[in-house]
Design a protein around this ligand. Structure first.
Ligand code: ARG
Length: 588
């Protein structure tokens, strides 16, 4: 609900009480946006809902309310329509004043949260020595945007990278490392083994082919868990190598993360099991320690346990998540913990959340949220792969987006007969390419699968990053052409609304705060994308030669007023895009 809506709601409630008595305090006036601009901006449906209770005709009720309703500062005279709707139309002067208010505000009227709190966003979280795949890319992009939105609202956000840096695979990797690069283990502080993913493949081949190797690998796991110095050193080298590879991607995407991998919680795992034991939840099942779950059954319909300690004494992914959860609540004092992973892990989260709740580890004021997302598919509708059938390396994927954007820019510049420097073109290509990938992901309804298509995401028309960036650059073009600095328009540049397209744009500009608070609640960046897309369309209609208005060639004071609308649109786009992790271009 935006500020105007909130005010109107209060006024309607007061009118209800004045007309029918105290008993009607707290009755919902059922205020909604008008379905058709013909009927004004808002519609209150309370008269219809009260008809039965009051034993009166809705129209009579509506009249009684309207008689006591004083909204003269905000609205034109309320009108009663149809069976008893109360229609409210915002006053032009009110809208104009609101626009001038947000113009003077760097936050464009978006308030900070009433109760800022510590929030954790657990995202990206690839696994060491394994491929960082498109699923991790989605998590990285969505998580970063959610974190940015929460930060903008004033929350204290901890962006955690729960890297998979522990587990039995290290036995194999370290054994292989000792074989192929023994000197690295004693001398080096960095590895020179090339691409870690192919190293992983080779190690795996070796592991699968040789039983003696497997045995050594198992011993290596034991040594790692026991903290043997040389094994730990090898482990650190491998992690460092992966970290560097991940960092290339994070730098390209301009994403900041604090690494706190699974290994961090290692010392806390025995306590998790002890505590579950104490709370009487632990059951031994074929040597494994587990907790039985409500609402989860296996294929045979038998109750399903969550294993927290395997029969060989080892811990697993769920144990680590339980330990992390305790740590985040107790030490980080998080009030909301948000996990961003593919929908395939939904059960994992539901299960360990349930165990933590049963164990009484989750205080009432702490919220746990799993934010699932769908798969990335190729244009053939199947799992996203390279032509040769391999998993796509993220680095290649991003480079490809940039190089295609590069080609597009060159074609466009040629068509526009423009000469630009190589630096300019490179910069535009990088911003457009990366933004296109991010935006294509964020603009989807998170939970659906989406088809990865370079052609679609780089299209200048449609709900794409280039379309939005272009709208922004176009507005900056107006300021260059008119040789006006938007920042100099000043606080007394009064907004005047006359044309239909001005009203449509103006009302939309005032909705940013509402959209952001919805996104904050639903954790759905696609709503912000929709808003920015619609805003760009409204701007283009306003600025359109035929249906719109003149801007630079308009007479004062309309000229300045319209320039303010341009500036507000550009700033809204810039702010909105920044919350999606997308940078704007002044020219493109
Ligand atoms: N490393 C995991 C994977 O690649 C994702 C971790 C998500 N975070 C968590 N706390 N479980 O699938």
């Amino acid at each position: 609900m935006n500020a105007t809506q909130e005010q109107l709601k209060i006024k309607l409630e007061q009118a209800l009480v004045a007309a029918f008595g105290d008993e009607y305090a707290g009755v919902d006036p059922i205020l909604v946006s008008a379905s058709n601009p013909k009927f004004g901006d808002y519609q209150a449906n309370v008269a219809l809902s009260l008809s039965k209770k009051l034993g009166q005709q809705p129209r009579a009720i509506a009249s009684a309310i309207v008689e006591k309703l004083d909204v003269s500062e905000i609205c034109e005279k309320p009108e009663i329509a149809g069976p008893g709707f109360i229609n409210l139309k915002l006053k032009t002067a009110y809208l104009e004043a609101q626009l001038n208010t947000i113009q003077a505000d760097t936050r464009l009227g978006v308030p900070t949260a009433k109760h800022p709190q510590r929030e954790i966003v657990d995202f990206s979280s690839p696994n060491i020595a394994k491929e960082m795949h498109v699923g991790h890319l989605r998590s990285t992009i969505i998580g970063d945007s959610i974190a940015r939105i929460l930060e903008f609202r004033g929350h204290d956000v901890l962006r955690l990278n729960h890297v998979g840096d522990w587990g039995t695979q290290f036995g194999m990797l370290i054994t292989y490392l000792r074989e192929v690069s023994p000197e690295a283990l004693t001398t080096a502080n960095a590895l020179d083994i090339g691409d870690l993913v192919s190293f992983y493949r080779q190690a795996k081949q070796r592991f699968d082919a040789d039983e003696a190797f497997q045995e050594t690998a198992r011993q290596e796991v034991v040594r790692l868990q026991a903290g043997a110095a040389d094994t730990l050193h090898a482990w650190k080298l491998l992690c460092e190598q992966s970290r560097q590879e991940f960092q290339v991607i994070y730098d390209l995407l301009d994403v900041k993360l604090t690494e706190r991998g699974e290994s961090f919680y290692n010392p806390l795992l025995p306590t998790v099991v002890e505590n579950l034991e104490k709370s009487g939840l632990l059951v031994e099942n074929q040597g494994a320690k587990c907790v039985f779950l409500d609402g989860f059954t296996n294929r045979e319909g038998e109750p399903l346990p969550l294993i927290v300690q395997k029969s060989d004494g080892g811990y697993n992914y769920a144990t680590t998540d339980l330990a992390a959860l305790r740590y985040r609540i107790q030490k980080d004092e998080a009030k909301r913990i948000i996990y961003i992973t593919d929908a395939g892990q939904a059960n994992h989260f539901a299960q360990f959340f349930q165990v933590a709740r049963k164990a009484g580890w989750i205080p009432d004021d702490v919220e746990l949220v799993h934010v699932p997302f769908g798969l990335v598919l190729g244009e053939d509708g199947k799992k996203f792969k390279t032509r040769s059938g391999d998993t796509v390396r993220l680095r290649d994927l991003l480079d490809e987006a940039i190089s295609r954007a590069h080609a597009d820019v060159e074609v466009r510049l040629k068509a526009e007969e423009r000469e630009e420097t190589a630096e300019f073109i490179d910069k535009v290509a990088e911003v457009v390419g990366i933004s296109a990938v991010k935006y294509a992901d964020l603009s989807q309804n998170r939970t659906s699968n989406y088809i990865f298509s370079y052609d679609k995401m780089l299209d200048l028309k449609g709900n794409t990053a280039p379309y939005m960036l272009y709208a922004y650059a176009r507005i900056q073009g107006i300021s260059r052409k008119g040789e006006i600095n938007f920042a100099d328009l000043g606080d007394n540049a009064k907004v005047i609304l006359q044309h239909e397209t001005e009203f449509a744009l103006a009302k939309y500009l005032l909705q940013l705060g509402e959209v952001i608070s919805t996104v904050e609640e639903d954790l759905s960046p696609n709503r912000l994308c929709e808003y920015l897309y619609e805003l760009s369309k409204r701007f283009n209609a306003f600025y359109d030669r035929n249906q719109g208005v003149q801007v630079l060639s308009a007479e004062e004071p309309l000229r300045t007023s319209r320039l303010v609308l341009c500036d507000l649109t550009a700033r809204t786009l810039k702010l909105g895009l920044s919350l999606l992790g997308i940078q704007v271009l002044e020219r493109m």
